[in-house]
Design a protein. Structure first.
Length: 232
Protein backbone atom coordinates (compact mmCIF):
# COMPACT_ATOMS: atom_id res chain seq x y z
CA UNK A 1 0.00 0.00 0.00
CA UNK A 2 2.85 2.40 0.81
CA UNK A 3 4.49 1.64 -2.53
CA UNK A 4 1.18 2.19 -4.36
CA UNK A 5 0.75 5.57 -2.64
CA UNK A 6 4.33 6.56 -3.47
CA UNK A 7 3.77 5.81 -7.16
CA UNK A 8 0.52 7.75 -7.30
CA UNK A 9 2.18 10.75 -5.65
CA UNK A 10 5.06 10.48 -8.12
CA UNK A 11 2.68 10.43 -11.09
CA UNK A 12 0.86 13.51 -9.77
CA UNK A 13 4.18 15.32 -9.26
CA UNK A 14 5.20 14.48 -12.84
CA UNK A 15 1.86 15.74 -14.18
CA UNK A 16 2.21 19.02 -12.30
CA UNK A 17 5.73 19.59 -13.64
CA UNK A 18 4.70 18.72 -17.20
CA UNK A 19 1.80 21.16 -17.12
CA UNK A 20 4.00 23.91 -15.68
CA UNK A 21 6.59 23.31 -18.41
CA UNK A 22 3.87 23.53 -21.06
CA UNK A 23 2.52 26.77 -19.59
CA UNK A 24 6.03 28.28 -19.57
CA UNK A 25 6.57 27.17 -23.17
CA UNK A 26 3.32 28.77 -24.31
CA UNK A 27 4.22 31.97 -22.47
CA UNK A 28 7.75 32.34 -23.90
CA UNK A 29 7.92 30.04 -26.92
CA UNK A 30 7.32 30.75 -30.57
CA UNK A 31 5.78 28.81 -33.45
CA UNK A 32 7.83 27.57 -36.41
CA UNK A 33 7.12 30.77 -38.37
CA UNK A 34 8.42 32.92 -35.48
CA UNK A 35 5.04 34.15 -34.28
CA UNK A 36 4.15 34.02 -30.61
CA UNK A 37 1.33 31.82 -29.43
CA UNK A 38 -2.08 33.35 -28.87
CA UNK A 39 -4.08 33.18 -25.67
CA UNK A 40 -2.17 31.46 -22.88
CA UNK A 41 -3.60 28.14 -21.71
CA UNK A 42 -6.04 28.08 -18.83
CA UNK A 43 -4.25 27.81 -15.48
CA UNK A 44 -3.84 24.24 -14.30
CA UNK A 45 -5.03 23.38 -10.82
CA UNK A 46 -3.74 20.00 -9.73
CA UNK A 47 -6.07 17.76 -7.75
CA UNK A 48 -5.62 17.65 -3.98
CA UNK A 49 -5.02 13.90 -4.14
CA UNK A 50 -3.86 11.69 -7.05
CA UNK A 51 -6.70 10.64 -9.33
CA UNK A 52 -5.01 7.55 -10.76
CA UNK A 53 -5.21 3.96 -9.63
CA UNK A 54 -2.47 1.48 -8.82
CA UNK A 55 -2.81 -2.28 -8.47
CA UNK A 56 -1.77 -2.98 -4.87
CA UNK A 57 -1.11 -6.67 -5.64
CA UNK A 58 1.42 -5.88 -8.38
CA UNK A 59 2.17 -2.13 -8.62
CA UNK A 60 4.48 -2.65 -11.61
CA UNK A 61 1.67 -4.02 -13.79
CA UNK A 62 -0.65 -1.91 -15.91
CA UNK A 63 -4.04 -2.27 -17.59
CA UNK A 64 -3.14 -3.47 -21.09
CA UNK A 65 -5.25 -4.54 -24.05
CA UNK A 66 -4.98 -8.16 -25.17
CA UNK A 67 -6.79 -10.40 -27.62
CA UNK A 68 -9.55 -10.98 -25.07
CA UNK A 69 -9.97 -7.37 -24.02
CA UNK A 70 -8.43 -5.33 -21.24
CA UNK A 71 -6.49 -7.01 -18.45
CA UNK A 72 -4.07 -6.22 -15.66
CA UNK A 73 -0.67 -7.40 -16.78
CA UNK A 74 2.38 -6.80 -18.96
CA UNK A 75 3.32 -6.62 -22.63
CA UNK A 76 5.72 -9.43 -23.54
CA UNK A 77 7.98 -8.45 -26.45
CA UNK A 78 10.13 -10.81 -28.52
CA UNK A 79 12.44 -10.67 -31.54
CA UNK A 80 12.77 -13.83 -33.63
CA UNK A 81 14.83 -14.84 -36.64
CA UNK A 82 13.86 -16.79 -39.74
CA UNK A 83 14.21 -20.10 -37.89
CA UNK A 84 11.76 -18.92 -35.18
CA UNK A 85 14.56 -18.76 -32.61
CA UNK A 86 13.95 -15.96 -30.12
CA UNK A 87 16.85 -13.50 -30.06
CA UNK A 88 15.56 -11.07 -27.43
CA UNK A 89 12.75 -11.05 -24.88
CA UNK A 90 11.66 -8.08 -22.80
CA UNK A 91 8.62 -7.08 -20.74
CA UNK A 92 6.98 -3.67 -21.05
CA UNK A 93 4.35 -2.01 -18.86
CA UNK A 94 2.35 -0.40 -21.69
CA UNK A 95 -0.06 -2.30 -23.88
CA UNK A 96 0.74 -0.60 -27.19
CA UNK A 97 3.72 -1.72 -29.28
CA UNK A 98 4.42 1.87 -30.38
CA UNK A 99 7.90 2.96 -29.35
CA UNK A 100 9.32 -0.53 -28.79
CA UNK A 101 10.78 -1.06 -32.26
CA UNK A 102 14.27 0.37 -31.73
CA UNK A 103 14.67 -0.81 -28.10
CA UNK A 104 13.86 -4.39 -29.13
CA UNK A 105 16.30 -4.24 -32.04
CA UNK A 106 18.95 -2.93 -29.62
CA UNK A 107 18.19 -5.79 -27.23
CA UNK A 108 18.49 -8.34 -30.04
CA UNK A 109 21.84 -6.95 -31.16
CA UNK A 110 23.15 -6.97 -27.59
CA UNK A 111 22.21 -10.64 -27.27
CA UNK A 112 23.79 -11.47 -30.62
CA UNK A 113 27.00 -9.66 -29.67
CA UNK A 114 27.11 -11.50 -26.34
CA UNK A 115 26.79 -14.79 -28.26
CA UNK A 116 29.66 -13.82 -30.56
CA UNK A 117 27.49 -13.11 -33.60
CA UNK A 118 28.85 -10.07 -35.43
CA UNK A 119 26.51 -10.08 -38.43
CA UNK A 120 24.09 -7.16 -38.62
CA UNK A 121 20.42 -7.97 -39.31
CA UNK A 122 19.58 -7.11 -42.90
CA UNK A 123 15.79 -6.64 -42.74
CA UNK A 124 13.51 -5.77 -39.82
CA UNK A 125 9.85 -6.79 -40.14
CA UNK A 126 7.11 -5.61 -37.77
CA UNK A 127 3.37 -5.06 -37.85
CA UNK A 128 1.66 -1.68 -38.11
CA UNK A 129 1.56 -1.16 -34.34
CA UNK A 130 5.33 -0.62 -34.31
CA UNK A 131 5.27 2.26 -36.81
CA UNK A 132 7.46 5.01 -35.37
CA UNK A 133 8.88 7.35 -38.00
CA UNK A 134 11.89 8.61 -36.05
CA UNK A 135 12.94 5.18 -34.84
CA UNK A 136 12.50 3.69 -38.31
CA UNK A 137 14.74 6.36 -39.84
CA UNK A 138 17.45 5.78 -37.24
CA UNK A 139 17.34 2.04 -37.94
CA UNK A 140 17.62 2.63 -41.69
CA UNK A 141 20.63 4.88 -41.02
CA UNK A 142 22.22 1.86 -39.31
CA UNK A 143 22.05 -0.04 -42.60
CA UNK A 144 18.98 -2.17 -41.79
CA UNK A 145 15.97 -2.21 -44.10
CA UNK A 146 12.68 -1.66 -42.25
CA UNK A 147 9.39 -3.02 -43.58
CA UNK A 148 6.33 -1.95 -41.58
CA UNK A 149 2.91 -1.30 -43.14
CA UNK A 150 1.40 2.06 -42.16
CA UNK A 151 -2.07 0.46 -42.17
CA UNK A 152 -3.34 -2.55 -40.28
CA UNK A 153 -4.70 -5.51 -42.22
CA UNK A 154 -8.18 -4.88 -40.79
CA UNK A 155 -8.45 -1.40 -42.32
CA UNK A 156 -9.82 -0.95 -45.83
CA UNK A 157 -8.77 2.70 -46.00
CA UNK A 158 -5.66 4.57 -44.92
CA UNK A 159 -5.44 6.08 -41.49
CA UNK A 160 -6.37 9.72 -41.17
CA UNK A 161 -3.47 12.06 -42.00
CA UNK A 162 -1.27 9.08 -42.90
CA UNK A 163 -0.86 10.01 -46.57
CA UNK A 164 2.06 11.11 -48.68
CA UNK A 165 5.75 11.10 -47.80
CA UNK A 166 7.12 8.04 -46.04
CA UNK A 167 3.65 6.47 -45.67
CA UNK A 168 3.06 6.24 -49.42
CA UNK A 169 6.70 5.25 -50.00
CA UNK A 170 6.31 2.27 -47.67
CA UNK A 171 3.02 1.28 -49.31
CA UNK A 172 4.78 1.27 -52.69
CA UNK A 173 7.66 -0.82 -51.32
CA UNK A 174 5.29 -3.39 -49.82
CA UNK A 175 3.40 -3.55 -53.12
CA UNK A 176 6.53 -4.77 -54.96
CA UNK A 177 7.32 -8.46 -55.34
CA UNK A 178 10.41 -8.23 -53.14
CA UNK A 179 8.92 -5.98 -50.45
CA UNK A 180 5.63 -7.85 -50.28
CA UNK A 181 7.38 -11.22 -50.40
CA UNK A 182 9.63 -10.32 -47.48
CA UNK A 183 6.81 -8.91 -45.38
CA UNK A 184 4.57 -11.94 -45.91
CA UNK A 185 7.20 -13.96 -44.05
CA UNK A 186 6.62 -11.94 -40.86
CA UNK A 187 3.40 -13.56 -39.71
CA UNK A 188 4.47 -17.23 -39.83
CA UNK A 189 7.86 -16.22 -38.46
CA UNK A 190 6.73 -14.56 -35.23
CA UNK A 191 3.01 -15.12 -34.70
CA UNK A 192 3.41 -18.89 -34.65
CA UNK A 193 6.04 -18.49 -31.89
CA UNK A 194 3.54 -16.76 -29.63
CA UNK A 195 0.84 -19.27 -30.59
CA UNK A 196 3.16 -22.15 -29.73
CA UNK A 197 3.93 -20.75 -26.29
CA UNK A 198 0.47 -19.52 -25.35
CA UNK A 199 -1.81 -22.18 -26.81
CA UNK A 200 0.21 -25.34 -27.42
CA UNK A 201 2.30 -25.05 -24.26
CA UNK A 202 -0.47 -23.41 -22.21
CA UNK A 203 1.70 -20.49 -21.06
CA UNK A 204 -1.06 -17.90 -21.39
CA UNK A 205 -0.37 -15.89 -18.23
CA UNK A 206 2.48 -14.91 -15.92
CA UNK A 207 2.61 -16.57 -12.52
CA UNK A 208 4.97 -14.13 -10.83
CA UNK A 209 4.54 -10.52 -9.68
CA UNK A 210 6.76 -7.49 -10.18
CA UNK A 211 8.37 -6.48 -13.45
CA UNK A 212 11.78 -8.01 -12.74
CA UNK A 213 10.22 -11.32 -11.70
CA UNK A 214 7.92 -11.34 -14.72
CA UNK A 215 10.86 -10.50 -16.98
CA UNK A 216 12.78 -13.48 -15.58
CA UNK A 217 9.74 -15.72 -16.11
CA UNK A 218 9.30 -14.45 -19.69
CA UNK A 219 12.95 -15.13 -20.45
CA UNK A 220 12.67 -18.63 -19.00
CA UNK A 221 9.65 -19.28 -21.24
CA UNK A 222 11.45 -18.01 -24.34
CA UNK A 223 14.64 -19.90 -23.45
CA UNK A 224 12.75 -23.20 -23.19
CA UNK A 225 11.09 -22.41 -26.52
CA UNK A 226 14.54 -22.06 -28.06
CA UNK A 227 15.74 -25.31 -26.49
CA UNK A 228 12.77 -27.19 -27.89
CA UNK A 229 13.25 -25.57 -31.30
CA UNK A 230 16.98 -26.35 -31.42
CA UNK A 231 16.43 -29.88 -30.11
CA UNK A 232 14.19 -30.64 -33.09
Amino acid sequence: MKEAKRRLDEELWTEVRANQAYADYRARGRMKDGRRFGRPPDPYRPPDTPEGRVNVTDPDSRVVKGLRGWMQGYNGQAVVNEQQVILAAEVETVGADFGHLEPMLDAAQRELAAAGVTDTPEVLLADAGYWHGEQMQRIVDRGIQVLIPPDTSRRRTTRRNWDGGHYDFMRRVLATDRGGGLYRRRQPMVESVFAQMKFNRGLDRFRRRGREAVRAEWRLITATHNLLKLHR
